[in-house]
Write a protein that binds this ligand. Structure first.
Ligand code: TMP
Length: 210
């Protein structure tokens, strides 16, 4: 695929506070006269949203869960992400494959080779240009989660699940330092916004220089 737009993903354990910053980044990019498409995973297409309902609410075998995450992702890539990048639009995704490594791999202990194989199958040639990992200590995430409405299957998981998910996220960030930016999500919002301003400006400059 010959992409000309940029692909940015938002990651973090539940309660890490990533959602607060998504709208801000979308606005930031639009202010540079760039078209932005936003999506989320699991979800992003009608089929993906149906799969989301299932996977967030039904008990199922761990491998079924991983396969459904990647099935929804395949559809999202085909219908939304790849066409947008080809048009030259930028794509913002609330979660992508790093979530599968963190939750199904770290949290549920699915062998990473299986996730690597699925990743190769579903998007061998596409990786995000920038992955913003919102990182917080577990206690902070838990406090934020406890304040939330009805909790889904993942949000009801125990501390050791999120601890393992966070560890896997940080391992991925260390493995792919070029695309990951780890953001300390306990910092004040204006400070995080300044960092986001800088990162987006750098990405725009990189695209213009290419
Ligand atoms: P959200 O509430 O942040 O949209 O995320 C939905 C939940 O799905 C969240 O708890 C993380 C989980 N998830 C996985 O377990 N694997 C995945 O591949 C994705 C995309 C999400």
């Amino acid at each position: 695929m010959k992409q000309s737009g940029k692909f940015i993903t938002f990651e973090g354990i539940d309660g890490a506070g990533k959602s607060t910053h998504i709208a801000y980044v979308i606005d930031l990019i639009k202010r540079h006269d760039i078209n932005v498409v936003s999506t989320r995973e699991p979800g992003g297409t009608p089929l993906g949203e149906s799969l989301r309902d299932l996977v967030l609410n039904e008990k199922m075998h761990l491998e079924t869960e991983a396969l459904l995450m990647f099935a929804a992702r395949r559809e999202n890539l085909a219908q939304v992400i790849e066409p947008a990048l080809l048009r030259g639009d930028w794509v913002i995704s609330d979660r992508f494959t790093d979530s599968s490594f963190a939750y199904q791999g770290g949290g549920r202990k699915l062998a990473l080779e299986k996730l690597n194989a699925l990743e190769q199958w579903v998007h061998a040639e596409l990786q995000p240009d920038l992955t913003l990992l919102f990182d917080v200590p577990l206690e902070v995430a838990r406090e934020r989660l406890d304040a939330t409405r009805v909790q889904d299957k993942f949000e009801q998981e125990k501390a050791d699940f999120f601890d393992a998910a966070r560890t896997e996220y940080l391992r991925r960030a260390a493995e792919f330092p070029n695309r990951f930016q780890v953001i300390d999500s306990t910092r004040p919002i204006p400070e995080i916004r300044q960092l986001l301003d800088r990162l987006i400006s750098q990405l725009i400059a990189r695209q213009r220089a290419a």
